[in-house]
Design a protein around this ligand. Structure first.
Ligand SMILES: NC(=O)C1=CN([C@@H]2O[C@H](COP(=O)(O)OP(=O)(O)OC[C@H]3O[C@@H](n4cnc5c(N)ncnc54)[C@H](O)[C@@H]3O)[C@@H](O)[C@H]2O)[C@H](O)CC1
Length: 528
């Protein structure tokens, strides 16, 4: 794939090792990368902890230290946390004698001398002794954060004692609030089977290169964070051997620049949103609210006639068109002329949020696919096999069709009998339909038929009704502003949505929030 300025390659552990070997040519380069990794992990883990509560001054950290560079990264992360939280208490568990650590890990340990408590375990310890030790070390409070620096990309199965016993004990130990793995959860790696023993991480902090096992769908890697160490400072447009990539913060750079002075509302696109039904007016409302916050110049919303006035009062920034509805309160195909007579104003169109699944909305969606000559986003109940049929007939010049299914909707349009998380199915589907698919879930993937880009921001705070409707509005808004660079627009909408969700969770937690609060954090995300 071409190196995009906003997505970095995802590689197998072996490919990552080879690349690191070519980039980090001596011990000083390795040490400097390790320092960056340690600082990056410390910063990210503190941000992530805030989804639980504010970080306590007397932070209690447990770090599991293996012999290699993974252990070195974890030790330097502990050093950074001690610098930032001088009252923190750090307990280290070493799985080998200190004099057996690799040179850089030994150097990192030396830097912590006198500031941490060290326990060493050996093969003879066994699971129950290690479990008992955790209980004693944790005391009444337990640990706020456990940093797993046991094994990284160089791990070759099988796991041996005492590491396997330590992983098992950590997985079972309830006195840890957040489990953070350095690079990969210990036990994960190339060729590792899904049922193998792997440390159950809440977050994995991929240092330098995001490795493929993080996306294997095992659910043990938790949420993936990419700690960019600058390994991919390649020229945009250059080709690298990777079909998979991870989205980076750079995707939002164009939205963080000053806008030119000589612009007006027409310079930032005009988005049409067709959606809603008497039963689900809220879905349309959420998409429209998100769209008007996306930076798009103009939004026109087409809503079922019985709810238009109520919705319009809630988002006066949008223009509202009342659409005739069926006896079931869904959009009637007889309203198509309303959109067609204005279509030359639109730079992108969304169809689907809150549609409801009946024959009328199916027909509306089909007509839109056939007649709309600009980029088009289909979501929710517009995602049907019969609606995708005319997609292939569309001329390339009209702009791409973007689909935003969750797994249930993807199964429907790809005619799958059970969920399939493999990239092959996603690639085949997107290629054969000529669409950009955004397959939503805990690890959302963007696929253009040739490559897959992972998006890992957001988190469980998004696991509530309406998150997808907000996403649709944001992506639609970006498409309308950026009509000739659909994939970039999609990536911008996704990333902005994910970062805002994280901000929301860091301020209010993951539980007692409502979906549209996410919109309050969009501007903070763009102004950092
Ligand atoms: N008020 C209404 O009218 C409602 C209508 N609904 C109908 O459903 C669709 C849209 O569904 P929505 O609830 O927005 O959810 P989606 O599944 O499409 O999108 C979810 C969104 O959240 C992300 N996400 C979820 N879990 C995680 C996680 N663990 N980690 C990270 N990210 C996560 C996911 O990736 C998506 O981005 C609407 O049009 C109506 O037709 C709904 O039933 C809600 C209320």
């Amino acid at each position: 794939m071409k190196v995009l300025p906003y997505a970095h390659p995802v590689l197998s552990c072996q490919q990552a090792k080879d690349l690191e070997f070519s980039v980090l040519t001596d011990a000083s380069a390795e040490w400097s990368a390790m320092q960056q990794a340690g600082a990056g992990i410390a910063k990210s883990v503190i941000e992530d902890y805030q989804e639980l509560r504010s970080v306590p001054e007397h932070l209690r950290i447990l770090a599991l230290i293996g012999k290699g560079n993974n252990g070195g990264d974890a030790l330097l992360a502990c050093g950074q946390l001690l610098a930032d939280y001088p009252r923190a208490q750090v307990d280290l568990i070493l799985t080998s004698p200190a004099d057996e650590l690799r040179p850089l890990a030994a150097r990192a340990l030396q830097e912590l001398e006198g500031r941490v408590q060290i326990r060493q375990i050996s093969e003879a310890c066994g699971l129950s002794e290690i479990s008992q030790m955790l209980v004693e070390l944790g005391g009444e409070i337990g640990f706020h954060i456990c940093i797993d620096g046991l094994l990284g990309m160089s791990f070759v199965p099988p796991l041996r004692a005492p590491v396997c016993d330590l992983i098992e004990a950590i997985n079972a130990f309830e006195g840890i609030e957040l489990r953070a793995s350095v690079d990969l959860p210990s036990g994960a790696g190339d060729g590792v089977e899904p049922d193998a023993l792997i440390l159950r991480a809440d977050f994995s902090y991929a240092t330098g290169i995001a490795k493929k096992p993080l996306f294997a769908g095992w659910g043990t890697c938790g949420r993936v964070r990419y700690v960019d160490l600058g390994f991919f400072k390649t020229t945009p447009g250059q080709v690298v051997e990777a079909e998979e990539a991870i989205l980076t913060d750079a995707v939002l750079a164009p939205l963080r620049r000053l806008r030119p002075a000589n612009v007006d509302k027409r310079s930032f696109g005009h988005l049409f949103i067709v959606g809603g039904s008497a039963r689900m007016p809220g879905a349309l409302l959420m998409s429209v609210r998100a769209a008007v916050s996306s930076g798009v110049g103009l939004v026109t919303a087409f809503a079922p006639s019985s709810v238009t006035a109520v919705l319009a009062a809630q988002v006066p920034e949008a223009m509202w068109i009342s659409w005739p509805e069926t006896s079931l309160g869904t959009l009637s195909p007889s309203g198509m002329s309303l959109i067609l007579e204005r279509i030359d104003q639109a730079t992108a169109v969304i169809a689907g949020p809150g549609f409801g699944a009946d024959a009328s909305t199916e027909m509306v969606a089909q007509e839109i696919v056939k007649l709309v000559e600009c980029p088009l986003l289909l979501d929710a109940d517009a995602l049907r096999v019969s609606v995708l049929e005319p997609v292939r007939m569309r001329q390339e010049a009209y702009g791409r069709v973007v689909l935003t299914p969750h797994m249930g909707e993807f199964m429907r349009v790809a005619k799958l009998e059970e969920p399939d998380y493999t990239n092959d199915v996603l690639l085949d589907f997107s290629k054969s339909h000529g669409v950009v698919t955004v397959l939503k879930g805990p690890q959302t993937r963007i696929c253009n038929g040739a490559s897959v880009i992972y998006h890992t921001q957001g988190g469980p705070v998004l696991a509530r009704g309406g998150s997808g409707d907000l996403l649709t509005g944001l992506i639609g808004g970006m498409l309308a502003q950026n009509a000739h660079r659909e994939e970039e627009a999609v990536a911008q909408g996704l990333y902005l949505h994910g970062l805002a969700a994280q901000c929301l969770a860091r301020v209010h937690g993951q539980v007692s929030v409502h979906t549209t609060q996410l919109l309050d954090y969009l501007s903070a995300v763009l102004r950092t």
